[in-house]
Design a protein around this ligand. Sequence first.
Ligand code: MRU
Length: 347
Amino acid sequence: MKENFFTLRTVAWDDGRVKMIDQSILPGRLVYRSFDTWEKIAVAIKTLVVRGAPAIGVAAAMGLAIAASKSKAGSKAQLKVEMERAAAGLRATRPTAVNLFWAIDRVMGVLASTDGVPAIKKAVVKEACGMAEEDVLANRKLGEFGAKLLDDGDTVMTHCNAGALATVGYGTALGVIRAASEQGKCVKVIVPETRPALQGARITAFELYKDGFDCTLISDTAVGSMMQAGKVDKVVVGADRITKDGFVFNKIGTYQLAVLAKRHDVPFYPAAPSSSFDLKRTHDQVTIEERPFDEVVKFGGKRVAPKGVAVVNPAFDMTPPDLVSAIICERGLIASPVQDNIATIMG
Ligand code: MRU
């Protein structure tokens, strides 16, 4: 069993401020930054200082907690106006990960059901901090369920970063790998770089290497050849949103992994807490974030594409349920066909 698993918290409440690891400068520097307004947190979410579906959900919840605790409102009605403004600003940061909206709705629900400004302030801070703790517990639990799917000696391919740094701690896809390792299984990990923002190379490779895992970084273009060569036993990825019809939205490139996994008889497992499920929407009702073109036309800050060339930069893609072997969640494993079984497990 490994002793030095990534124990840092990605997002933490710090006496009226929010402390977050600045993921935009990883792996060069591991630095905590402190945020004292919801507006600064919104910018941090938009610019990927904090990223990963569960992490941005908790960051937004804590942003609302700051908005409430710093408010000078003399009545609930006035506080509600201020918090609604903050909620709208936080909601407008990134459209795809449902955890963001789930977290904001949860905190706004506490506002609605509590009376008296001091009591509301206390309750929303408690709710946001509670969500951070719940996230780590959910990841540990789903890790235990998912680890049962991995065998000693497996090589697992992941994508993007669905690790401790994408959550408050422990991780979803990487939580499954951590849990397998804690159970004494030896698991190797293949990490696609994940262009254009390089979360695989910069963050997953950093996180796994730091924790002593046997991990190998590959270019995104090597995914197919690795599977064709029989070097991948299982694929485990995270999810930003899983719709009620079983479609899995995750980092751009995930769909390619799923198609190739099917072609090569490699099981494909998304791992996500219940906060990533959207039981209200079907796949055609989800907005896929478009990110700045600079992420594509530049590499390492240098322009690599001709000026004026047309660019599209979708940040996420959608994997249909027929490519999913099972979904790993803290409530258990959702077996294939997942679109038929989500409602049973998620209630
Ligand atoms: O754009 P990002 O870095 O926020 O995208 C993150 C992902 O796609 C993760 O795989 C997903 O959020 C799951 S994190 C547990």
